[in-house]
Design a protein around this ligand. Structure first.
Ligand code: NAD
Length: 444
C-alpha cells in the first residue's frame, strides 16, 4: 500500500508519501482488513487558515497556519503545533500521520493530529507572537477541543505559547478549558515533568535497550543533533548517568570534545549567554535562545559532520530528513535513537539497515512527550494533580512496556525496530477501526 497526500496538494507529496511508505513493510506482518487499510490511506481532515496579525509597527501581516487530524478512531486527535519557516501542509500531514501511530504504539486513547504556522518566530516580538498564537486559536477553534483535538508544543513553541492558546480557547468558549492544550505552564494546569518528558521517555527507552547491546555508561559515546527542549534535556540525563556526550549542535552548528562535553556548563551558557542578555534588554521577555553552542569555546563542527562522527550512539533531535540517501553511507554510529520526528528518510533507512546500523524509531523513542501530555489531560479532567515522582514512574512503566513489546516483535519476526513498532501500532489501530463497524460509511 502506498499512502498518497490529497490531490489538492500535488507539489508536496514527498514527505507524507515517504513517511507512509514505512507501513508497507509492516503490512506483511499484520492481518488488517481492507476497510481499515483504506481509512488509513488519507488524513481525515486538513484545515488551512490565514491569520492576520497587527504588528508592533502598525502594519498587518498575514500568516499561513494548518491543523490536520489524521485519524481519530482511538480517541480525540493529539499533536503539537510547530512554528518554523518550513511548515507546509505536507509536513503537518506527515507529523499527524506519525502521531497516529505513536499514540497507538503507546496505547494512548488518542488519534493523531498536528498543527503549524509558517514563520520564523525569532523575528517576532513577544507581543506579536502572542497575538499570532491567539489568532491561530481563533482560526481553528471549531476544529479543536478537549474531546476533539488537543494541542501541545513542538519545534519553537513552548509552555508560554501553550498558556496563551489555552487562554484564548477558554475565552472563546466562555469556560475554563485546560484540556484543549497540554504542555501548559504548571500555573495553568500543566503537569509536573512535561517539560522534560520527551527526553525522559527517550532515556527510558535507551537505558532499557543499551544494556542488551552491551553498551553501558562507561563504554558508550553519544552525539546529539539539536540542543532544544528534547536534545538538551536528554544530553543532561545521559551526562548525569555517566554516558560520554562528545558532540552537540543547534541550528548554527555543533561542538565536539573527544573526552566528553560539560553538558551542564553548555546549558548554563545557552540560558545566560551574552546574546540572550542583550535580547532581554531589547524585549519584554526573551522566549527563544539567540546564542549558539558554537560560542562556548570547544572545537566547532558542522551539523553534517556531527552526523558522521564515529560514536556508539547518534541522536538526531532537531528536524526531519537529516539522514538521507546522500549521507547514510557515511554514518559511523552503531545505534541511532530518533528523538526528532522523521530524521531518517526511507531510502536512508534501507542503507543503514544494509550496513547493520540499528535504528530505534521516532514513534517509540520520542513518545514520552505525548505520554505525559496524556497524563496532563487526565489530570485536567479529574482536577487532581500528581507529583513529579508519580509522573516519572508512570512514564517509565509505559515506555519500558512498549519498548519491550516492540523489541519482542522485532526479535520474533526478525524485522527492524521501526517495522516492529508499526506492526505493534497497526494491530491496535486495525482492531479499533474494525470494532467501529461500518456506520460511518453510510453517512452522507
Ligand atoms: P526545540 O525548538 O526546543 O529545539 C530544536 C533544536 O533544533 C534547537 O536546538 C535548534 O537550534 C535545532 N535546530 C533547528 N534547526 C536545525 C538544523 N537545521 N540543524 C540542526 N539543529 C537545528 O524543539 P524540540 O521540542 O526539542 O523538538 C526537536 C525535535 O523533537 C522535533 O523533531 C520535534 O518534532 C521532536 N519532538 C519534540 C517533542 C517535545 O515534546 N518537545 C516531542 C516529540 C518529538
Amino acid at each position: 500500500m502506498t499512502i498518497q497526500a490529497p490531490a489538492h496538494n500535488p507539489s508536496q507529496l514527498s514527505l507524507l508519501s515517504d513517511a507512509s511508505s514505512r507501513l508497507e513493510k509492516a503490512l506483511h506482518h499484520v492481518v488488517l482488513s481492507n476497510d481499515a487499510l483504506g481509512r488509513l490511506r488519507f488524513p481525515k481532515a486538513s484545515l488551512s487558515v490565514s491569520i492576520p496579525v497587527r504588528m508592533d509597527d502598525g502594519s498587518l501581516r498575514v500568516f499561513q497556519g494548518y491543523r490536520v487530524r489524521y485519524d481519530d478512531t482511538r480517541g480525540p486527535g493529539k499533536g503539537g503545533v510547530r512554528y518554523h519557516p518550513h511548515v507546509c501542509l505536507d509536513e503537518v500531514q506527515s507529523l499527524a500521520f506519525w502521531m497516529t501511530f505513536k499514540c497507538a504504539l503507546l496505547n494512548l486513547p488518542f488519534g493523531g493530529a498536528k498543527g503549524g504556522i509558517t514563520l520564523n518566530p525569532k523575528e517576532l516580538s513577544r507581543h506579536e507572537l502572542e497575538r499570532l498564537s491567539r489568532g491561530y486559536i481563533d482560526a481553528i477553534a471549531d476544529f479543536i477541543g478537549p474531546d476533539i483535538d488537543i494541542l501541545a508544543p513542538d519545534v519553537y513553541t513552548n509552555a508560554m505559547v501553550m498558556g496563551w492558546m489555552m487562554d484564548q480557547y477558554s475565552i472563546i468558549k466562555r469556560k475554563a478549558s485546560p484540556g484543549v492544550v497540554t504542555g501548559k505552564p504548571l500555573a495553568l494546569g500543566g503537569s509536573q515533568g512535561r517539560d522534560t518528558a520527551t527526553a525522559m521517555g527517550a532515556y527510558n527507552v535507551m537505558t532499557h535497550i543499551l544494556p542488551k547491546l552491551d553498551q553501558h555508561p562507561g563504554n558508550t559515546t553519544v552525539a546529539i543533533q539539536g540542543f532544544g527542549n528534547a536534545g538538551a534535556a536528554l544530553a543532561t540525563f545521559l551526562h548525569q548517568a555517566g554516558y560520554r556526550v562528545v558532540a552537540v549542535s543547534d541550528s548554527e552548528g555543533g561542538i565536539y570534545a573527544s573526552q566528553g562535553l560539560d553538558i551542564p556548563k553548555i546549558r548554563e551558557y545557552k540560558r545566560d549567554s551574552p546574546g540572550e542578555r542583550l535580547r532581554q534588554r531589547h524585549s519584554i521577555q526573551s522566549i527563544y535562545c539567540h546564542d549558539t553552542v558554537c560560542n562556548i569555546g570547544e572545537e566547532i563542527i558542522s551539523n553534517g559532520d556531527l552526523l558522521k562522527l564515529d560514536v556508539d550512539v547518534l541522536i538526531p533531535a532537531a528536524l526531519e530528513n537529516q539522514i538521507t540517501a546522500a549521507n547514510a553511507g557515511e554514518i559511523q554510529a552503531r545505534y541511532i535513537f530518533e528523538v526528532a520526528n522523521g530524521p531518517i528518510s526511507s531510502a536512508a533507512d534501507e542503507i543503514l539497515d544494509g550496513r547493520g546500523i540499528l535504528v530505534f524509531p521516532d514513534i517509540l523513542v520520542n513518545a514520552g512527550g505525548v505520554t505525559v501530555s496524556y497524563f496532563e489531560w487526565v489530570q485536567n479532567r479529574n482536577g487532581f494533580y500528581w507529583t513529579e515522582a508519580e509522573v516519572g514512574d508512570r512514564l517509565n512503566t509505559k515506555m519500558v512496556a512498549e519498548t519491550a513489546a516492540t523489541w519482542a516483535i522485532a526479535q520474533e519476526k526478525s524485522i527492524s525496530m521501526r517495522t516492529a513498532a508499526y506492526v505493534h501500532a497497526l494491530n491496535r489501530l486495525g482492531e479499533a477501526l474494525d470494532a467501529k463497524g461500518t456506520q460511518d460509511d453510510y453517512l452522507s
